[in-house]
Design a protein around this ligand. Structure first.
Ligand code: HEM
Length: 307
């Protein structure tokens, strides 16, 4: 009798809402507008100085690494206190030349935004060499690029008005880039924050999208599944669209809530063929939802529809 009255665990669905996810691409686009980098006159002025900047780009790249190798903290970050590692130096110069070419071309694309976000992640010791480059040194390098650009533009005697608009544009554009790298750096640091670890295992096309099969996420003892997923999906913003749709929520009963400050962006799982999230083998939709506590060593698995 009791058996037949028992509630089917599959019939109860738990809350699976996620808030607090940053959207680096949205911020990149908004900052472009905020900084006036959507103004055609500014972009044209910057591009009219691009050729000037290309003339000295190679020397600048070489000089930049000589400088980083000569300054105690940056030399130590790069492991060049005693001497420069030739292979690593070549690698770094190649990356910098690639970056410089894209920057001099005033690349404002979403793809460049993602590239810079990923560079910030690599700076947090998440790259193949696991080198940690704290953001002040990256900011300093950006400031030196700004100074170099201003000096070169004035040196080559561009029209004063054009030079003023272009230098202002370059300054804003490089600040935008600095912010984008910082955003990547911060999400990577959060993934490493906490004394305990859980593992997020990826299946299906997520592996190719994330470029990995699993990810270690650090947590604190009172963290919930939502806390770990927030860190994970902030680190991999492109994976979100597979799982979630965005809704907006206002504080309950607050008739004076304003859109810009009080409404919260809430990520809720897609309906229909949905990806499944399992915690230690149990689908969280029917077992505890996102607000359940986590424990060291827990395995979170993200499965494609139908698997
Ligand atoms: C203008 C400022 C900077 C920009 C735009 C920048 C950008 C980047 C990019 C795009 C990458 C990824 C390269 C790739 O694999 O394609 C990268 C990696 C790296 N950057 Fe920077 N960076 C800057 C400043 C610095 C500074 C000042 C340092 C060191 C003092 C540094 C150290 C590194 C290291 C070590 C890596 C590779 C990490 C690894 O492979 O483990 N960066 N950076």
């Amino acid at each position: 009798m009791l058996e037949s009255l028992a509630v089917n665990p599959q019939s109860r669905e738990f809350s699976m809402e996620l808030t607090g996810l940053e959207d680096p691409l949205h911020m990149w686009r908004r900052l472009i507008v905020y900084l006036g980098l959507d103004d055609e006159d500014v972009i044209v002025a910057m591009r009219r100085t691009s050729e000037t900047l290309l003339r000295d780009a190679a020397d600048f790249v070489v000089g930049a690494y000589d400088y980083l190798a000569s300054f105690d903290e940056t030399a130590s970050i790069l492991g060049w206190e005693q001497e420069m590692d030739a292979a690593h130096l070549e690698e770094r110069r190649q990356f910098f030349a690639t970056w410089m070419a894209r920057a001099i071309g005033v690349d404002l694309s979403d793809e460049f935004a993602a590239y810079l976000f990923d560079a910030g992640i690599l700076h947090a010791a998440h790259g193949p060499r696991a080198i940690h480059t704290p953001p002040q040194w990256v900011m300093g390098a950006i400031a030196m690029v700004q100074a170099h650009i201003a000096e070169r533009i004035l040196h080559y005697g561009h029209d004063r008005e054009l030079a003023a608009i272009a230098i202002g544009g370059w300054d804003k554009y490089l600040m935008l880039q600095n912010y984008q790298m910082l955003a990547g750096y911060q999400v990577a640091r959060k993934v490493d924050d906490g004394p305990l670890t859980v593992t997020v295992k990826l299946y299906g096309k997520l592996q190719a999208m994330a470029g990995r099969e699993e990810q270690t996420v650090h947590i604190h003892s009172d963290d919930t599944l939502a806390d770990a997923l927030r860190k994970f999906f902030n680190y991999h913003p492109v994976l979100r669209q597979e799982f979630f749709v965005v809704t907006w929520s206002a504080p309950e009963g607050d008739v004076e809530a304003t859109w810009s400050t009080d409404f919260k962006k809430v990520y809720v799982p897609r309906q229909g063929p949905y990806w499944r999230i399992l915690l230690n083998g149990k689908e969280v939709r029917y077992h505890g939802g996102f607000e359940q506590p986590l424990h060291a060593g827990d395995i979170i698995a993200l499965f494609p529809p139908g698997r």
